[in-house]
Write a protein that binds this ligand. Sequence first.
Ligand code: 5AD
Ligand code: SF4
Length: 481
Amino acid sequence: MSKKIDIEKYFTPDLSKARKRTNKTIEEVKFDLKETYKKIGLNKTYLIHTYGCQGNEADSETMGGILELMGFMPAITEEESDVILINTCAIRENAENRIWGELGRLKALKRQNPDLILGLAGCMAQEENVVDRVLKKYQHVDLVFGTHNIHKLPDYIQTAMFSKERVIEVFSNEGEIVENLPKTRHHKFKAWVNIMFGCDEFCTYCIVPYTRGKERSRSKEEIIEEVKELVINGYKEVTLLGQNVNAYGKDKKEDSYTFGDLLRDLDETGIERIRFTTSHPHDLDRKTMEAIRDSKHVMPFFHLPVQSGSNQVLKKMNRHYTKESYLKVLNDLKEIVPGISVTTDIIVGFPGETEEDFMETLDLVEKADFEGAFTFVFSKREGTPAASFTDSTPEDEKKQRLYRLNEKINEGYLKGSKRFLNETVKVLVDGVSKNDDQVLAGYSEHQKLVNFRGDKSLIGQIVNVKITIAKTWFLMGELVD
Ligand code: 5AD
Ligand code: SF4
């Protein structure tokens, strides 16, 4: 039986409201779970399916943490789950299509088990057209909540479970920064640490500033405390997360404490390895570069999305830099931190991109010496400015460009691997290799995947490995003392 829909009752998203930015300072509040909620999940289980970026993985760990505080236990299979949450990604159309497929597939499960609570969370939930479609066509979805109200999950579960009502609550604008949120960390020695939320860049192709709200930084004290606690709990590596970590602290106008200062302070916490993602070239300053140079624990790896090598495309993308100024920042970084490994993101087939524009991108890739890249064909995102730009390049030609670009990028991967041949690198051992359980796998300081023979007891430790073989996607070597 489908439930009655009373749209008036719902908080549904609005992309034009989501675009608005205010000057108000974002308050910090502490999460606290009501005593009466702590037993709701006893003898019940949950599953979370996560799509998209590390930000979503971190959010899923929070959702899991909240559910476990309510008494739920993780389920092994969907069939035995009492709650299934789908944490979604909206960055490209194919990411969304996969999720629609998942939701369709779960309809049968809901039919078998009408008490199952099926929830849609994350970036897709922030989109008007998505929520409209769920309201009309996916009535087996009981719960929709967005990226700004994860901390309200206990209320939503309570309502869905006991009142048997559909709950749809998506805020278009960010609220407070919520601290003290519980987390189920999926890894025992590597952890995500959010340092800021949201993005104010408004690149014209990108949906993120609408789905994640305005830039707001967590306080340095909270971040440092979180990392110190991770050290106490045996963690070896943290990855600092934000859509534009280089803008850390810039929203707190009264303070000149920015990303470089944070890196220096975190370097003193006793954590072995500090990584961060992701960066915007126009916010990358010398202070950050020098902090990387001077810190013992900040890894010599930098993901610096360029998106295109054509100045006219960069302008239409609203990226605030040119090919030349990007290369200047990159060269400064390489000069200040010698040997640093740099990777990037590139979009091909942006509306109006000509063959000449694309050749500029290939030229930039050659000059930049990237050691890897995530490459994408432009995907039209409803509500973003680029969705209405004229786009006459056939899809086939865009795919050809992607193929040609990847050929060049792969040369960079191989070159980046080869520079470690006969070198000894430090590897944080992640686990056994996917293909051979006698072989261990982990990442070097420069973020290269390294395989070598060794005992499983080394998992979670940092060991020295001498590299004997360098392939495009990985290195192989031998354990040394
Ligand atoms: N189409 C294709 N790629 C996109 N990205 C963001 N939005 C789009 C889009 N609409 C890519 C950018 C960004 C990465 C996370 O995803 O390269 O850096
Ligand atoms: Fe999207 Fe640009 Fe913000 Fe990155 S910097 S999240 S590409 S708007």
